[in-house]
Write a protein that binds this ligand. Structure first.
Ligand code: NAD
Length: 542
């Protein structure tokens, strides 16, 4: 931008369409879903703007019907990963030098594409690949991703405007350079929007990227690349490779030009990546930026005076939407003794009315969990709970993988506030409840704070303002996204910037200025209009 202070179009949250019976969007997405279901896709690698078909493939099967194949994805060798890094580095200077409004225009156009002509395809791909209901797909693959792209453009403009003061005879300015080298983006299966945001946020700021999506999300990851190419993303700016996560990572993290990790996924993988970067630290040209948003053990705490129907509804939605496979999903609840009967009755009524099955049938609220490994792990917790004395399965507990990976929404009631499912992230539709004596509400908040290593999201329900104030302060470090009288899921870009600390990540808040700042390396420039002509200061005078 050297000829104008450009004002980019004002970002607004993308409206979420209803898909109610009779709406045109419902008809269109169902038609697209059927067409895509019956076609076969070859997902390539994307290196230097080219689609690369390696011939080493793996099948893509929808989680709700694992007997059906919708395509294959091609896997990268070490050589392909090296080519992806080279392509990124080759593209770097030209991309970094492109005026920022030209760069962001590509992503603004991509946002218009996914909320317009690609809307049905983005949704259908996410429904098929990750087994989301149409509502879950719409709030993710369309609304949130369009929001990321539009608001990040606005945040970037805000950062560039941040300039220092200048004293007499001096002109100070700040330049926000992209990092030297390339960024490695590693993304999880559960949000198409996160997969789209992690490589593009650094790219928008002028960086070049090697992106490794999750093998369980390749079908919708491919849609993102198609949209970005259609929007005019130049060759080499984002290179998508997939295959063995550990092999790809080994090549990337050993490269001297590796300059940043943009990661979302489980805590264990993040810690492994951080350690590897630490061990390689003397190999790099510059200290890499590390941004990671990881697991959660998100809580709902109810005060004795809260409304049981509101709490039960928050649990029904917060714990079971998308089968509990949101990092923000409620997975442990603390309910006062005097209220448990009322909460339980309502929760049971709501959960037992949830239909489970194929997302192509819009009457289903619950669909499948992502894959067999996840299914087996969750079934294992259910079987263990059947044996353990300190826990009782009070709702659900059924599972079946004959056609798809289906786990019923399940509630455990435990007498041990440190029972393993109160502590560990399960990442599935299992909620554990601990009932506390009403008069020990303060101690129960200590339990909320101290039980799990995570600090991602959490919710409190109360009417008494002194209790709300006390709990808000007591749980200051228990959640990076804290909700009062609302479920702990459903953060919206530009309204509730998302991320947590402790074992949940670096809390750099995806979809905010705070995240974008991590992909920029400021340069302070001072120009002197009147340089001194003598070294002596006045105090040296006679
Ligand atoms: P995952 O940890 O299995 O995978 C995440 C990514 O890491 C994938 O791309 C995977 O291929 C890659 N990976 C796995 N092993 C690796 C290795 N050895 N080296 C390099 N990369 C490797 O997570 P997932 O199952 O895809 O996603 C669920 C997890 O993500 C949950 O823990 C959830 O809480 C977390 N999550 C967090 C947020 C957040 O914002 N905090 C958002 C979404 C998901």
């Amino acid at each position: 931008m050297d000829k104008a202070y450009v004002k980019i179009p004002q970002a607004k949250n993308e409206p979420v369409l209803s898909y109610a019976p009779g709406t045109p969007e419902r008809e269109e997405v169902l038609k697209t879903y059927k067409e895509m279901w019956n076609s076969h896709v070859e997902v390539p690698l994307y290196i230097n703007g080219e689609k690369v078909f390696t011939g080493k493939t793996k099948e893509i099967r929808p989680p709700h019907d694992h007997g059906h194949v919708v395509g294959v994805f091609h896997r990268a060798s070490d050589e392909h990963v090296k080519q992806a890094i080279d392509a990124a580095l080759k593209a770097r200077q030209k991309w970094a030098d492109l005026p920022w409004e030209q760069r962001v225009s590509i992503f603004l156009k991509a946002a218009d594409l996914i909320s317009g002509p690609y809307r049905a395809k983005m949704n259908a791909a996410t429904m098929i690949n990750q087994s989301k209901t149409i509502h879950q797909a719409e709030i993710d693959a369309v609304a949130e991703l369009a929001d990321f792209w539009r608001f990040n453009a606005e945040y970037l403009a805000r950062i560039y405007k941040e300039q220092p003061e200048s004293a007499k005879d001096v002109f100070n300015r700040m330049e926000y350079r992209p990092l030297e080298g390339f960024i490695y983006a590693v993304t999880p299966f559960n949000f198409t929007s996160i997969a789209g945001n992690l490589p593009t946020a650094p790219a928008m700021a002028g960086n070049v990227v090697v992106w490794k999506p999750s093998v369980s999300q390749m079908y919708s990851a491919n849609m993102i690349m198609e949209v970005l190419m259609e929007a005019g993303l130049p060759a080499g700016v984002i290179n998508m490779v997939t295959g063995s996560a550990s092999k790809i990572t080994e090549v990337v993290l050993n490269h001297p030009e590796f300059s940043g990790l943009h990661y979302t996924g489980s805590t264990a993988v993040f810690q492994y990546l951080w350690k590897t970067i630490g061990n390689n630290i003397d190999k790099y040209k510059t200290y890499p930026r590390i941004v990671g948003e990881t697991g959660g053990k998100d809580f709902v705490w109810m005060a004795p005076d809260a409304n049981p129907v509101e709490v039960a509804t928050a649990l029904a939605r917060g714990a079971f939407e998308y089968q509990g496979q949101k990092c923000s999903a409620a997975s442990r609840a603390y309910i006062p003794e005097s209220q448990w009967d009322a909460v339980f009755k309502e929760l049971k009524k709501q959960v037992e009315s949830m239909k489970m099955g194929d997302p192509g049938d819009f009457s289903n609220f619950i669909t499948a969990v992502i894959n067999e490994a996840s299914f087996n792990k969750l079934a294992g917790y259910i079987e263990q709970a059947k044996k353990d004395k300190e826990v009782e399965i009070v709702i659900g507990g059924g599972y079946d993988k004959s056609k798809g990976y289906f786990i019923e929404p399940t509630v455990f009631l435990t007498t041990d506030p440190h029972y393993e499912t109160m502590v560990e992230e399960l990442f599935g539709p299992i909620l554990t409840v601990y009932v506390y004596p009403d008069k020990e509400w303060k101690e129960s908040l200590d339990l909320v704070d101290g039980t799990s290593p995570y600090g991602l999201t959490g919710a409190i329900f109360a009417k008494d303002r002194y209790i709300i104030d006390y709990a808000t302060k007591r749980l200051e470090n228990a959640a990076g996204n804290f909700y009062i009288n609302d479920k702990p899921t459903g953060a919206v870009v530009n309204q509730q910037p998302f991320g947590g600390a402790r074992a949940s990540g670096t809390n750099d808040k995806a979809g905010s200025m705070w995240n974008l700042i991590r992909w920029l390396s400021p340069r302070a420039i001072k120009e002197n209009f009147n340089p001194p002509k003598d070294y002596r200061y006045p105090f040296l005078g006679e």
